[in-house]
Design a protein around this ligand. Structure first.
Ligand code: GTP
Ligand code: MG
Length: 203
């Protein structure tokens, strides 16, 4: 596995500001797809085949073409128009890889929680995880065909989220759409930081 720096604000060559963020959510919701869609470098993936051993453990009914699953993490990098460099880490989606999360979350300034409205409850553990640790997060509703259109307000109500948490629709296969999700997260992180410490962004 390639090694990557996971510090939240590691200087990069020309001292560009880099920020570590996570992409989380339930099994097969599109985390690896999002990281791959936005990354300007060849994304690091740790995919393993879903075999008969996963029958009864991994529910693939909603993503029937899915043949692999993330067993450690995804990693990609994107430079935003304002010059900020995001290190984007995708989490594994299955419960049996929960032990990875604390390590992956170290130094992360924020997270995207992806949601499939056909399987809304799958995102509860991720939402819970970031709420408990006070990590700013936003919800990206990945619009799979057949999932029906839900307004961000309906999703917010269903997840019982506070009004300041952005909820946006996206198609994680589309680079521009996925990029918009990340920009929304960065804006949310900055708002949250300046609310918690009004001088945070001027230091
Ligand atoms: N139709 C459709 N398929 C999608 C969409 N997003 C992802 N997929 C497909 O759904 C499957 C799941 O995508 P992944 O990106 O592997 O999901 P993941 O969240 O990384 O999965 P785990 O790591 O196993 O939890 C893949 O087959 C994708 O091609 C979408 O918006 N629409
Ligand atoms: Mg994955």
């Amino acid at each position: 596995m390639e090694s990557v720096r996971s510090d939240a604000t590691a200087p990069q060559g020309d001292s560009a500001l880099t920020v570590k963020i996570l992409v989380a959510g339930g099994f097969g919701v599109g985390k690896t797809t999002l990281v791959s869609a936005v990354s300007e470098i060849r994304p690091l993936r740790t995919e393993e085949a879903l075999t008969e051993k996963s029958i009864g453990i991994d529910d693939t009914s909603a993503v029937s073409q899915k043949t692999t699953t993330t067993v450690a993490m995804d990693f990609g990098r994107i430079t935003l128009p304002n010059g900020l460099v995001l290190f984007v880490f995708g989490t594994p989606g299955q419960d049996r890889f929960w032990f990875m999360w604390d390590e992956l979350a170290k130094g992360a300034l924020g997270a995207v929680v992806l949601v499939d409205t056909r399987r809304l409850a799958d995102c509860f553990p991720s939402v819970d995880y970031f709420e408990r640790r006070n990590v700013p997060f936003i919800i990206g509703v990945n619009n799979f065909e057949g999932s029906g259109r839900h307004t961000p307000e309906q999703v917010r109500d269903a997840l019982d989220l506070s009004p300041d948490i952005p909820v946006i629709n996206c198609d994680v296969r589309d680079r521009e759409s996925a990029k918009k999700v990340l920009i929304t997260l960065v804006e949310h992180i900055m708002r949250t930081m300046s609310r918690r410490d009004p001088n945070a962004l001027t230091h």
